[in-house]
Design a protein around this ligand. Sequence first.
Ligand code: PLP
Length: 684
Amino acid sequence: MKNKLKIIAVLQSRMGSSRLPNKALLKLNGKPAILRMVDRIKEAKTIKEIWLATGKSKINNKLENCFSNTKIKVFRGDDDDVLSRFVEISKIAKADIIIRLTGDCPLIDPKIIDETVELLINRKADYASNILKRKFPDGLDVEVFTKKTLLETGEFAEAGFSREHVTTYMHGLHKKKYRKGDFKKASLEYTSDFSHLRWTLDEEKDHIFLDKIYKNLPANASWQDIVSYLIKYPLLQLNNNIVAPNEGARDLSALNFDKYKISNSYFERSIKTVPLGSQTFSKSYIQWPKGVAPLFIDRAQGAKVIDIDGNHYVDYIMGLLPIVLGYCDEDVDQAAISQIMKGTIFSMPSSLEAELAEKLVEIIPSAEMVRFGKNGSDVTTASIRLARAYTDRDLVAVSGYHGWHDWYIGSTSRNIGVPKKVQSLTHKFNFNDADSLHSLFKKFPNKFAAVILEPAGLVKTDISALKRIRELCTSNGVVLIFDEIISGFRINIGGAQKEYGVTPDLSCFGKAMANGYPLSAIVGSKKIMTFMEEIFFSSTFGGENVSLAASLATIKKIEDNKVILKTKNYGDILIKELNNICIKEGVDKYIKISNLNWWPKILISNPPIGEELFVSLLRQEFISAGLLIGSTFNLCFSHRNKGVLELTMKGFRTAIKNIKFFVSSKNPSEYLKGDLIQKTFKVR
Ligand SMILES: Cc1ncc(COP(=O)(O)O)c(C=O)c1O
């Protein structure tokens, strides 16, 4: 377009970002982000000159140096009053029209810049932009205004937020809080809404995302090319969706809100239609100091989650252990998405069933044949039915937790609803205690069909006791079942059976085997597993393809990356550091971390106040310090990500210091701001 107006672009940037220091100079495919952005701005046909507007303080010297070999003019002005920098530049440059761009948008699109300028001119507007009604991805923000608009704004915009964010007085989007001018505005909108996409550079995750974009696409790819690429590789975008909204545009005074307001009000809604407000006891409100705890999660990434109020946490619950790699693992989710595009479930098995079965046979010592379920309870129940059919006996001996079905839950204190006759068929024995099992066998000779136990749990396994249990089962004709729903894919790729060298007849896997996709497996010797053809174990969603594909990808990643070894190493470090904190704060008499590196537990013994109050306060303080911790540290590969250990130690130290203060106060209960947590039944 030809016109006589002098149109300049002013790119504001600074080095002192709190969330991502020096972000302007971070490399995107080998070149600093800010220079990548300039390369794209230069493509805009309407621009006569490009200016960099930065602060006077020394910290920005590096930024200025970065432009020494370019034709970009650099202006250094007031560190906080960014608006004044724009006013000064417009005067020095004798500009008629100014384009405001912010340095956190390395994918800025030159066509959008030109279209916004043309819109301002054609509509004879004072201000034009694509942020008035957001339709473009976040990170393509362009604002254009006339010099007259800028000078009026420079004169009337209030100190603080409006001057830091330059255009508040022009666009009037915060008109309830900040003064606004009376300008003719024009809004550039796209026909479809892409505003949910986040392409700004504010956090480390954004950097990874943008670097990948620059590595995989030409540097001058249009924004639509990038969208097309993301449709093909959706996980790339998912990976940076966890971060909080654009740092620059955040009005910090708005953060003073009740931290759990949405969780608490959503609970009032959900409890009306969902008994317990949750599908799982351990995920429900009774486990948390309700009122000052998040009750609902919105999204998760790696080892971090965000609740529905927008609070961030490092998570050590990991969805109750299915997440072994990290939330939204790119490789696993990509495998799942590829399978979704082929079909989730068919009228006959897919080839994935045999492929995954073969993989399990390869890695798990007891596995010769395999069947799949969805929950752990599906396969523990299948294993008991199979053992009963195989031995033609009824009694079952249990040690640990084995799911919600009648045959097991009837043996616990939550046995309501289970017929007495069923309850009488299940007997408990003690973990690590072969004698207690032997006594049962002697009391009911030739009556036991199965022994089911968790071969590795919160207490260190006595391998000799495990070997004796193996012998006792063999000599009494009893099917030995290992419940490896928790230990599987965590203690060893072949389960606790591989770790300890004791092979059961049948084993059950679930939780971590597909990094969060619903899948479980029963595996065992051919001679028993072929009995599957006689019993009834059959379900519509058995063999659902997405979870099978996810499982194959999960196991591959665990093997390729030495995930189990590295996660255990993290466990060792965590145990050492957190125990050091407990010792330093003098609370180690009553709180310690157990030294099982694959599954550390918080050991609480004789706390100075009632245990329920103590645990409630502990969880309250962990949450307030940004940590989601139950009674164990459920680890995943992503806990090793940069900064996670530091955040954990910082939060843990703060929580422990507060706890120490509370328990030594006159009335510790006054520090509990939410409800007491409720006891759940204990089975381990
Ligand atoms: C050892 C063990 N077995 C079985 C189950 C039951 O699994 P699900 O809840 O997936 O049915 C669990 C669940 O926590 C478990 O920890």
